[in-house]
Design a protein around this ligand. Structure first.
Ligand code: NDP
Ligand code: 8X3
Length: 250
């Protein structure tokens, strides 16, 4: 039977690549993000491969999250797969000089936004006793690095919430897992450094992971047999050994 996946943060990077990967395999898509123009463009491109519905909301706005998911037409109401991907780093500063606005953004989007979307989707999965949730964490959720403080905290929270979800949803037969990438070349650094020049240097001198690499892994996770759950995967580019060891060519 054709499955339906809801992907948050589908307007760029990993979420965007995952939408294309899933569409190639005929999975029906609910694509979410704040940039409506991009959602329309992506829908137009993928309509020839699968059925696509777009939802335009900010994951921080809990009223809108629930309204949007409530508004799904019948053909998209049954969500088999939830990819909690929306998120970003904001800033890279020592804790003593970090910006409270950046901290709020990371905790509100990466942690609370993920919870709101999950809260809106999980009841239908428990009622059906089936479903698959993949949370996009990060290597930053496993190992703290200098100036990473709050971003790492938000991703450690994602990992803890993923483990908690897996325990609580275990009686319902719902799969829960996290995919935790290291450096992936997306708009992530443009957002983190607010368009500053430094963003352009983040992926220079080595081959970073590409969004497609992670999308293929996400598809692998959701296409395993019913008895197999990829619970937790850490993925680095070959040039990266951990969050502080990166082999760059000069
Ligand atoms: P991008 O910046 O390319 O994509 C981020 C996506 O999140 C966009 O589609 C954006 O859509 C969406 N988003 C951001 N804020 C909000 C919000 N408030 N409400 C709704 N959607 C939002 O980055 P990536 O693809 O790299 O990041 C995706 C995930 O992967 C994030 O959770 C990130 O932490 C994680 N990750 C990234 C790594 C990397 O090195 N790039 C490594 C490890 C993990 P829009 O702006 O349209 O709302
Ligand atoms: C994104 C990777 O190294 O910028 O989660 O934290 S990193």
């Amino acid at each position: 039977m054709t499955k339906t996946a809801l992907i948050t943060g589908a307007t760029s990077g990993i979420g965007h690549a995952t939408a294309y990967e899933f569409a190639k395999h005929g999975i029906n898509l609910i694509l979410c993000g704040r940039r409506l123009e991009r959602l329309h463009t992506i829908k137009k491109a993928l309509d020839r491969l699968t059925n696509v519905h777009i939802l335009n909301f900010d994951v921080r706005n809990k009223t809108r999250v629930f309204e949007a998911i409530e508004s799904l037409p019948d053909a998209f109401k049954t969500i088999d797969i939830l990819i909690n991907n929306a998120g970003n780093a904001h800033g890279l500063d020592p804790i003593q000089t970090g910006s409270i606005d950046d901290w709020d953004a990371m905790m509100d989007i990466n942690v609370k936004g993920l919870l709101y979307v999950s809260k809106a989707v999980i009841p239908q999965m428990t009622a059906r006793q089936s479903g698959h949730i993949i949370n996009i964490g990060s290597s930053a959720g496993k190992e703290v690095y200098p100036k990473g403080n709050v971003y790492c905290g938000s991703k450690h929270a994602v990992l803890a919430i993923t483990e908690g979800m897996r325990i609580d949803l275990n009686p319902f037969g719902i799969k829960v897992g996290s995919i935790n990438p290291g450096l992936v070349e997306t708009e992530f650094s443009q957002v983190r450094f607010k368009g500053d020049d430094i963003a352009n240097s983040v992926y220079k001198g080595y081959k970073a992971l590409q969004a497609d690499d992670i999308a293929e892994i996400i598809y692998f996770a959701i296409s395993r047999p019913a008895h197999v759950n990829i619970a937790d995967m850490l993925v680095f580019p070959t040039a990266q050994a951990n969050n502080t060891t990166l082999k760059k060519e000069l």
